[in-house]
Design a protein around this ligand. Structure first.
Ligand SMILES: Nc1nc2c(c(=O)[nH]1)N[C@H]1C(S)=C(S)[C@@H](COP(=O)(O)OP(=O)(O)OC[C@H]3O[C@@H](n4cnc5c(=O)[nH]c(N)nc54)[C@H](O)[C@@H]3O)O[C@H]1N2
Ligand SMILES: Nc1nc2c(c(=O)[nH]1)N[C@H]1C(S)=C(S)[C@@H](COP(=O)(O)OP(=O)(O)OC[C@H]3O[C@@H](n4cnc5c(=O)[nH]c(N)nc54)[C@H](O)[C@@H]3O)O[C@H]1N2
Ligand code: SF4
Ligand SMILES: [Mo]
Length: 746
């Protein structure tokens, strides 16, 4: 997942308690980085995915020479995956930027020149301030990518910096990821980040739609050691049932797997709800409103209708629904596959309804809200969210939580007029590979007056920047997970001081954000009032670690920064707690709205979905355990072995097109066309093809570090910015494509 929308972290915490004394007290414990030449072990943390595994690092002469899982970590219990081992490769990667660089020339002729921090930060502030002074605040476009959610400094200072720009043109990876979850949580529960988590350690029935935790290690469900936890679930006599158009790594270890046609899950999920209602299998809590409206809204969405659309037999839908209702603790869960699709919000609604109607919300073994040491929801540190306060200029799409759907970014850069984006600032992101019709965005970025990026690599997106500002690596900075403890399957808290001293002259991300904000502001023709500026300066100058100390003090867990420093493996706060509702429902009346109007209205669009084309092909994405979105392809350790960039296709679909396994085919959509090797596999549902996301590194023949040697094409050369969920989320799953013999082999 990506970053939650606007954070008031800094403001609240500092307003409450900031004093020179508090600052001094926390710096006194600073500790952390090993001395030069250190040999021994240190605890670290992996921030590469949502599983937040605790690590034990071996250092030899000050360099990391071994990485293993920390068995003492109360959440990750010693788990580690191949990416965790590669965290040291990332730190030592010669292609990782260590000093700011300025671009001279462009495209294939671009040269990158290292410059001093002061000069680099001034250039960035000049470029951004010029756009604002000449064209107004909306002339600056911001894009926040996924790693922001995994860095403490980005969460405390990146969001705060972004706010100082006060632009309507703010975008993030949220709208190519979990936006429907946040949108629905806002509508049903009253807060975008009120996200009940499957109680996987106690459930006896785990129902999974469109997620592959065996490869992804879980998402909106921080579940380190998913394989181990699944083994325990099965040993207890529990079951996992998976619905996915591909027989994935997760489907293979499931008790049962059902193929479902991409983009039609809403029919299946709502048919399950229909079965619960018509067969009297519901036992919702007293604090739920709108149940009659739900019944009316879905009365015609029967298992038979679902079978016709999805290919899942009606009797199977009935059986699974009945077994779900009968289980002693059942948890329904849906992730990327049912989020980044045309009916993402309806799917997430149906998932919530399954849990709610069967009494599994707030019940042990069902789905539970977490009780983290820093409760970003209850304390209002992350705002509730808001919807449609403004709209995108060109297509008129509503904002959510202060962000516009990233599918409109290209047109907002290219379309002239007031509010046009003239300058871009990207933070830890690669939208050219990660958003629909990436090539069009790639071209649009060439037309910007100015662009800056905060990133550790020159990638397909940051290559357009005039200046790139690289922060320290994750081994060089303190970490406390503000986001993923909130989404974890067990309540724990852990503070990890920086393991390595920062390299000479390196800057932490939070310091870079502070400088960008303050220097840009000082160049603006219309400045905020002096008081406001002083406040901002104070907030942005308070380190993330100090803020964490303050936030912990304000929490009710009893955990303090001091106690976390004494227990670096982490502090166990116990299994998720049942019986917390209705008190913790964020809606002011402490009631749940089971039938939000915006979602119910979307059912008409669902009903009008065209019947499946028996000869058509629908494209979906996939993740591999050794990939990390569009990056980490520089790591030798992670990229060696069998190629994994191919288009997966069912053998019958391949032969129907007169193609042979292993040849290169042309894959085309409304938007674009790519040539890629095909791999025949019965793991694909008939009529569905799959490409991994995050590939396709060579652009214009420019060598983007060593990653460009990794074969493959970008799936987002084919995905369509016109295909959207009602939340504004990109619909990646189920893009209609054709596959044919490649005219010229490349
Ligand atoms: N078709 C399709 N598209 C997808 C998806 C899909 O499944 N299918 N998945 C979507 C999802 S879920 C996501 S989250 C997005 C991801 O999309 P993005 O967030 O746009 O892209 P990433 O590939 O995560 O790029 C992260 C960048 O951050 C940089 N980086 C890494 N660590 C740091 C750091 O500590 N600081 C800074 N400043 N930079 C750092 C890396 O070098 C890299 O350039 O892609 C989305 N796009
Ligand atoms: N190794 C690795 N781990 C990662 C990442 C990574 O790139 N690599 N990225 C991280 C990020 S940013 C995220 S958001 C998470 C994502 O975590 P997950 O959601 O668990 O990961 P995905 O592999 O995207 O799983 C989506 C599944 O949905 C299926 N699917 C596609 N379309 C449909 C559909 O229409 N209906 C149904 N029912 N299923 C469908 C796909 O076949 C796939 O198995 O993973 C995180 N962890
Ligand atoms: S599962 Fe995720 S957090 Fe754990 S080691 Fe692998 S990449 Fe890192
Ligand atoms: Mo994501």
């Amino acid at each position: 997942m990506d970053l939650p929308a606007p954070s008031r972290l800094i403001g609240r915490a500092v307003d409450a308690t900031l004093s020179p004394l508090a600052n001094a007290a926390h710096t006194a414990f600073a500790g952390g980085p090993v001395p030069p030449g250190f040999t021994g072990t240190r605890l670290g943390v992996c921030n590469l995915c949502e599983a937040i595994c605790g690590l034990e690092l071996t250092l030899t002469d000050g360099a990391v020479t071994g990485v293993r899982g920390n068995p003492e970590d109360p959440l990750s219990r010693g788990h580690i995956c191949p990416k965790g081992v590669a965290i040291a490769d990332l730190h030592s990667d010669p292609d990782r930027l260590r000093r700011p660089v300025r671009r001279v020339g462009s495209g294939a002729d671009a040269q990158w020149v290292e410059i001093e921090w002061d000069e680099a930060l001034d250039l960035v502030a000049d470029g951004l301030a010029a756009a604002i002074n000449d064209h107004g605040r909306d002339a600056v476009g911001l894009y926040l990518g996924n790693p922001n959610a995994h860095s403490l400094g980005s969460l405390t200072h990146g969001t705060a910096m972004a706010k100082t720009f006060r632009t309507r043109n703010k975008f993030s990876a949220t709208s190519v990821d979990q936006l429907p979850h946040q949108f629905l949580a806002y509508l049903m529960y009253g807060h975008q980040f009120f996200l009940p988590i499957p109680d996987i350690d106690r459930t006896s029935f785990f129902l999974v739609f469109g997620a592959n935790p065996m490869a992804s290690n879980g998402s909106l469900m921080t579940v380190p050691d998913f394989p181990g936890r699944l083994r325990e679930l099965k040993a207890r006599g529990g079951r996992m049932v998976v619905f996915d158009p591909r027989r994935t790594e997760t489907a293979r270890v499931a008790s049962e797997h059902h193929f479902v046609r991409p983009g039609t899950d809403a029919f299946v999920l709502l048919a399950m709800v229909n079965v619960l209602v018509t067969e009297g299998l519901t036992s919702p809590a007293a604090y739920v409103d709108g149940l009659a409206a739900v019944e009316t809204a879905i009365s015609d969405l029967t298992p038979e209708r679902a079978e016709q659309m999805s290919g899942v037999p009606a009797e199977e839908i009935r059986r699974v629904a009945r077994e779900f209702a009968a289980a002693d603790g059942a948890a329904a869960y849906g992730r990327m596959g049912v989020s980044t699709q045309g009916f993402g919000t309806v799917c997430q609604w149906a998932v919530q309804l399954l849990n709610l109607l069967t009494g599994n919300l707030d019940r042990a073994g069902g789905v539970l809200v977490t009780t983290p040491a820093i409760d970003v929801v209850g304390t209002g540190l992350i705002g509730r969210g808001h919807h449609d306060v403004w709209r995108s200029r060109v297509r008129g799409l509503p904002e959510f939580g202060g962000e516009l759907p990233v599918s409109v970014l290209r047109e907002e850069i290219e379309t002239p007029g007031e509010g046009q984006i003239r300058a871009m600032l990207t933070l830890a992101g690669n939208p050219v590979l990660s958003t629909p019709d990436g090539p069009a965005l790639d071209r649009a970025m060439d037309g910007l007056d100015f662009m800056a990026a905060v990133d550790i690599f020159i990638n397909e997106t940051t290559r357009h920047a005039d200046v790139i500002l690289p922060p320290t690596s994750s081994l060089e900075r303190d970490h406390y997970d503000l986001v993923f403890h909130v989404l974890a399957v067990r309540d724990t808290a852990r503070f990890t001081p920086a393991v390595l001293p920062r390299e000479k002259g390196a800057m932490h991300d939070w310091e870079i954000y502070r400088e960008i904000a303050l220097r840009t502001q000082s160049r603006l023709r219309t400045k905020p009032p002096l008081r406001k500026r002083l406040e901002q300066r104070l907030r942005l100058s308070t380190s993330p670690t100090v803020l964490i100390g303050l936030l912990l003090q304000r929490g009710k867990s009893g955990v303090t920064l001091r106690s976390l420093r004494k227990n670096p493996a982490g502090v166990d706060l116990g299994p998720l707690r049942a019986g917390q509702l209705p008190d913790r429902i964020p809606h002011r009346d402490r009631r749940i709205d089971a039938a939000p109007a915006l979602v119910v209205e979307d059912l008409d669009r669902l009903r009008s979905l065209a019947a499946p084309d028996p000869d058509g092909l629908l494209l979906i994405g996939r993740r591999h355990q050794r990939d990390c979105n569009s990056w980490l392809h520089n790591s030798e350790r992670l990229t060696r072995g069998k190629a994994r960039h191919q288009l997966y296709i069912h053998p019958d679909d391949l032969s129907a097109r007169g193609l042979d396994d292993g040849t290169t085919a042309t894959v085309s959509s409304r938007v674009g066309s790519v040539q890629v090797e095909v791999l025949a596999t019965e793991d694909m549902m008939r009529g569905v093809v799959s490409l991994p996301h995050g590939y396709g590194h060579a652009k214009d023949g420019v060598r983007l570090a060593r990653a460009s040697k990794v074969a493959g094409v970008s799936i987002n050369d084919l995905t369509d910015p016109e295909l959207l969920d009602v939340s504004g989320n990109a619909a990646f799953s189920g893009v209609p494509v054709t596959v044919s013999a490649a005219a010229d082999h490349v």
